[in-house]
Design a binder for this molecule. Structure first.
Ligand code: FES
Length: 180
């Protein structure tokens, strides 16, 4: 079935007023992104990438909507979203701090850095501080193994970080402008 803007909204079961899918300012963007790529080979990946970039996250209702529009099982959309760390199902904070959990960084002590961050920010990886400033995440090898342990802050690699330096690093992050 050919996708027509807005025709499938009535098919979604859940109603979450704050979800981007139901936000009149964001909904046209979502529809345009889907419509533009619906017929492409690999359209699912293009749609999800563009939604993540433009909307900032992929909520459950958005994933259901994408599946309906592309006529694919929602489990396929969930599978792609959960496999790639680029995708998130909740909004990220202004700054994103990622801890590489590849082998070299694991051996190099990334877990001590994660523990320090949890202690200082009182959140777990996958969570955002209550002021919306910092999100903690883990990621796979970022290709800078000789610099292990590596912490990626707003897409910039920081190598050989020590737990004792982490407090200052967070102060710098809070004082800077987000790149995203
Ligand atoms: S394992 Fe962390 S950069 Fe490769």
């Amino acid at each position: 079935m050919r996708f027509v803007q807005g025709e499938k909204i009535a098919m979604t079961r859940t109603t979450q007023p704050m979800d981007p899918l139901y936000n009149p300012e964001l909904r046209p963007t979502i529809d345009q992104i889907i419509e533009k790529s619906i017929d492409l080979d690999g359209g699912l990946m293009v749609v999800l990438n563009n939604l993540q970039s433009k909307i900032g996250f992929l909520s459950a209702p958005m994933q259901e909507y994408v599946a309906e529009c592309l006529s694919i099982p929602v489990s396929k959309v969930h599978g792609v979203v959960s496999f790639y760390s680029f995708f998130t199902t909740v909004p990220r904070g202004k700054h994103v701090i990622k801890f590489c959990i590849g082998t070299a960084c694991y051996v190099g002590g990334i877990n001590q850095l994660i523990d320090k961050a949890k202690q200082l920010l009182q959140i777990e990886p996958g969570q955002t501080t209550s002021d919306g400033q910092i999100t903690l995440e883990v990621c796979r090898c970022v290709g800078a193994c000789s610099q292990a342990p590596v912490v990626v802050i707003d897409e910039v690699n920081n190598g050989r970080v020590k737990p004792s330096q982490f407090g200052r690093l967070i102060d710098k992050v809070r004082a800077s402008e987000a790149v995203a």
